[in-house]
Design a protein around this ligand. Sequence first.
Ligand code: IDP
Ligand code: MG
Length: 160
Amino acid sequence: FLPHLVASLEQVEQTYIMVKPDGVQRGLVGEIISRLERKGFKLTGLKLFQCHKELAEEHYKDLKTKSFYPTLIDYITSGPVVCMVWEGVGVVASARKLIGSTNPLQAEPGTIRGDLAVQTGRNVVHGSDSPENGKRETALWFKEGELCEWTPAQAPWLME
Ligand code: IDP
Ligand code: MG
């Protein structure tokens, strides 16, 4: 029982992170997981998955009117993706910072996209943009029972 962690439970967020098909094909899965893991967030869901069209369309429904939408759906369904849920205080915004700007050429060095990608249409990774979308996307990509509740051994060494 770790009372210092229970105190901050309300601040704990969930974010849905996905290595896109280009990241999987380019062998970047370990590199991307490693960056989130080393930061200190908690992995609660992980799977390799072939996304179908309906799911891709639901995930990106806010972009339906964009000119690049059809090619975006083709891209996301073109091969397996790695689906993840990460938890922690402030994880949504922090993961977006680790990921970097949508256009990899504008993403800062040190970020995943800044270090590992060159084009918006092949930007290797997805991250939820708000705590609400973190919950929505987690529910969309993972079934109940696929997520793990656990306490990492390092927890008291990450949060006082
Ligand atoms: P984000 O992934 O950084 O949140 P969004 O604007 O939500 O960026 O766009 C979702 C995804 O759609 C991007 O990650 C990228 O794969 C794709 N996308 C966005 N804008 C463009 C574009 O101008 N051309 C091609 N693909 C795009
Ligand atoms: Mg987005």
